[in-house]
Design a protein around this ligand. Structure first.
Ligand code: PRT
Ligand code: ZN
Length: 285
C-alpha cells in the first residue's frame, strides 16, 4: 500500500495552519522538534517537513507527491506542477512599494529604477508585460530595508498588514499578485495516490465549508417565516419547530457567516428573536 507524501513547511508562517488543517481532517501524526519525516497513524500519508522554497521543486521531482505553499512561491518557482486546491489561509499580496515621500506617477515611475525583491522571476515578467525597463536587485530577506540603506529605489515584497513597509518608511503603490496557501501536486500521480488525494480533498473541503458556514437558530412569529427566509438566502429549506408559545416557531438552518452579519438588522426588523449562531465542525455537501 503506497503512502501519499505531503510536503509542508517545517517552521514559518504556513506550518501551524498546515498542520492544523491536517489535524482537523482527522489525520493523526507526531511532530517532535527535529523530526523531518513522519507517517500518519490513521491515514495513508507521510509528512515531510521542509523549507517552503524547496517544496515546488520536490513536488515536480516527486520527492513529495503534494505540498502546501503560498501562491507567491508557486508563481516565482514556476515548476511543472498542478495547483490542486486553494486553502483559504496565509492571505497576503506581492506589492511594489516606494519611499513614502515620493510622488507615485503610475507604473512608469519604475522606469530605470532599481527594485529589490525576493521574487526576481515574477517581477521581471510583470515589468516585461508592462513594458517597464527596471533593474532588479535580488535579495533573499529583509527586502524592506533596501531603499533605506541605498541598495535600491523601491521594493517588491509580500505585504500582509502593511506595517513592515510603514516602519521602513515605504508605501505600497501596486499589488502585482494576491496570494493564499494552496495544495500543489505532482502531475504524474499513480491511480492509488490520486485516490488517497481525493479522500484527503474530501475531508479538506468539509473542513473549509464548515468554517465558512454557521448553524443558526432563531425564534420568530409564524407570520415572519417567509420574510426571514428571503433575508437569508441560504435558508432555502429551514427546519421549523413550534414553540410552546402559540404562533411562534424556532427556525434552524445553515448560513454563510458573512451573509449573516450583513443582514442581522434586517432579521431583527423582520421579527427574529433569540438568535443563536453556532460553529459547525465538519460540513459534507
Ligand atoms: O524558512 P522558510 O523558507 O520555510 O520560510 P520563509 O521565511 O521563506 O517564509 P515565511 O514563513 O515567512 O512565509 C511563508 C509564506 O507565508 C509566504 O510564502 C507567503 O505565502 C505567506 N505569508 C503570509 C507571508 C506573509 N503573510 C508575510 N507577512 N510571508 C511573508 N510575510 C512577511 C513579508 O515578507 C514582510 O517581511 O511579513 C512582512 C510583511 O508583513 P506585514 O504584516 O508587516 O505587512
Ligand atoms: Zn522560504
Amino acid at each position: 500500500m503506497s503512502l501519499l507524501k505531503i510536503a509542508i513547511q517545517k517552521s514559518g508562517r504556513l506550518s501551524d495552519n498546515s498542520k492544523k488543517l491536517l489535524e482537523e481532517c482527522g489525520i493523526k501524526f507526531s511532530n517532535g522538534a527535529g523530526v523531518l519525516k513522519t507517517t500518519a497513524q490513521n491515514f495513508p500519508v507521510e509528512l515531510l517537513f521542509l523549507r517552503d522554497d524547496d517544496i515546488p521543486q520536490y513536488v515536480e521531482q516527486q520527492v513529495a507527491d503534494i505540498g502546501i505553499i503560498g501562491e507567491n512561491m508557486v508563481v516565482e518557482k514556476d515548476k511543472d506542477i498542478n495547483v490542486v486546491e486553494q486553502l483559504g489561509f496565509a492571505h497576503c499580496r506581492l506589492s511594489l512599494a516606494i519611499p513614502k515621500e515620493e510622488t507615485y506617477t503610475g507604473l512608469t515611475y519604475f522606469m530605470n529604477k532599481k527594485v529589490a525583491t525576493s521574487y526576481p522571476k515574477f517581477l521581471s515578467e510583470f515589468f516585461r508585460e508592462n513594458k517597464i525597463t527596471a533593474e532588479i536587485e535580488e535579495i533573499s530577506g529583509s527586502v524592506e530595508i533596501a531603499p533605506g540603506i541605498g541598495l535600491a529605489d523601491a521594493v517588491c515584497d509580500i505585504v500582509s498588514s502593511g506595517s513592515t513597509l510603514s516602519t521602513n518608511g515605504l508605501k505600497e503603490v501596486e499589488t502585482i499578485l494576491k496570494s493564499q496557501a494552496v495544495i500543489i501536486g505532482n502531475k504524474n500521480l499513480s491511480a492509488e495516490k490520486l485516490e488517497i488525494l481525493s479522500g484527503l480533498l474530501f475531508r479538506i473541503r468539509a473542513v473549509k465549508n464548515a468554517k465558512e458556514n454557521k448553524y443558526i437558530l432563531l425564534n420568530a412569529p409564524e407570520s415572519a417565516i417567509q420574510k426571514i427566509c428571503s433575508i437569508l438566502p441560504g435558508m432555502k429549506s429551514p427546519t421549523i419547530l413550534p414553540l410552546a408559545e402559540k404562533g411562534w416557531v424556532s427556525l434552524h438552518s445553515v448560513v454563510k457567516e458573512d451573509q449573516f452579519w450583513e443582514r442581522i438588522d434586517q432579521l431583527k426588523e423582520a421579527g427574529a428573536e433569540g438568535i443563536l449562531v453556532i460553529p459547525i465542525e465538519k460540513m459534507i455537501l
